[in-house]
Design a binder for this molecule. Structure first.
Ligand code: SF4
Length: 308
């Protein structure tokens, strides 16, 4: 049976709607905020159906096996986090092997040989990376959660690193995001990243210091892709995120009101389907050949999500 109209108007036949919380939209009453992370917004923007499988359907459909590239990314991220947890005098390159081994994630690799090769590669990325870090400079935050509320969003996210660097009017914050994928990155990637912009927007408010610069640190190539935001460009990214949140809330409301979930959350077929965790559940994805869990660790650049 279809649920009553969310407008609050009596349904055909004159029966009053069932008073659900979201129907009590009296004028002036604040709307419920959409609680989100960059991954949540990104999932919907990539594919509404993937969003539904991850965040709406309960019990959630089973995911495919773990990906080696995610294991590799997570291992490198954790090693860098633990690097900064060391006392500054103990941050020596010799410490890296122990750090990396200590939290190495083994899942998804084809075999021991591939895993060992990935470990050696990761260690050499880390050695090169820390050699370029300025000694004695402490980040403002490492794996730091920043949160902010807007008229629509209750946003929170964990930034890989937040640096403080000298600016014309005092220290300014910089959002640093580590990348370990095979894909090269450029300034357009930094400029277009909604996640980085939202981190910057939130960090500026949490720390009450300007935060306009965002950087993607690509460890495999040792390159940095950067972008300097303006207050206007950050505001545009927030508006875009709010539009996505409104679309998600409308789709969720439609399903609650009896709409077909498959129509409210349509599929978006594309190259990502081969890498999608829900390919086996999704009727569109099931028609796409799946990638081996270790494929991205061997192959040159492909269209896959990097480990955040
Ligand atoms: S397989 Fe493709 S269409 Fe299906 S949920 Fe995943 S990304 Fe979306």
């Amino acid at each position: 049976m279809r649920r009553p109209s969310p407008t609050g108007r009596p349904a055909a036949g004159g029966r009053a709607p069932h008073p659900r919380a979201e129907q009590l939209g009296f004028e002036g009453m604040p709307e419920r905020l959409f609680v989100c992370t960059p991954s949540k917004l990104g999932a919907y923007a990539d594919c509404p159906r993937r969003y539904r499988y991850s965040y709406v359907d309960r019990p959630a459909p089973p995911k495919g096996p773990p990906w080696a590239h995610n294991s590799l990314g997570a291992s490198v991220h954790t090693a860098l986090k633990n690097w900064y947890a060391l006392a500054p005098e103990r941050r020596r390159p010799e410490a890296l092997a122990t750090l990396l081994k200590g939290t190495w994630v083994r899942e998804g690799y084809r075999d021991d040989e591939q895993e060992r090769e990935a470990y050696r590669r990761a260690l050499s990325w880390l050695e090169s990376y820390v050699a370029g870090l300025e000694p004695g400079v402490e980040p403002v935050g490492v794996e730091r959660v920043v949160a902010v509320k807007t008229a629509v969003l209750a946003f929170n996210g964990r930034a890989d690193r937040i640096d403080a660097r000298p600016g014309p009017d005092g220290p300014e914050l910089v959002i640093v995001d580590y990348k370990t994928g095979r894909t090269g990155l450029d300034a357009d990637d930094a400029r277009g990243s909604q996640a980085l912009a939202l981190y910057a927007y939130a960090a500026e408010r949490v720390f009450r210091r300007p935060c306009r610069r965002v950087e993607l640190h690509h460890l495999p190539t040792g390159t940095v892709a950067a972008h300097e935001h303006t207050p206007e460009s950050l505001a545009r990214q927030v508006t875009r995120a709010e539009e996505t949140a409104r679309d998600i809330m409308a789709a969720e409301r439609a399903v609650a009101d009896g709409a077909d979930p498959d129509e409210a959350f349509p599929t978006t077929p594309g190259p990502r389907c081969g890498w999608c965790d829900y390919r086996r559940t999704c009727p569109t994805g099931a028609q796409t050949p799946g990638k081996d869990p270790w494929a991205a660790v061997d192959l040159p650049a492909e269209t896959i999500s990097d480990q955040d």
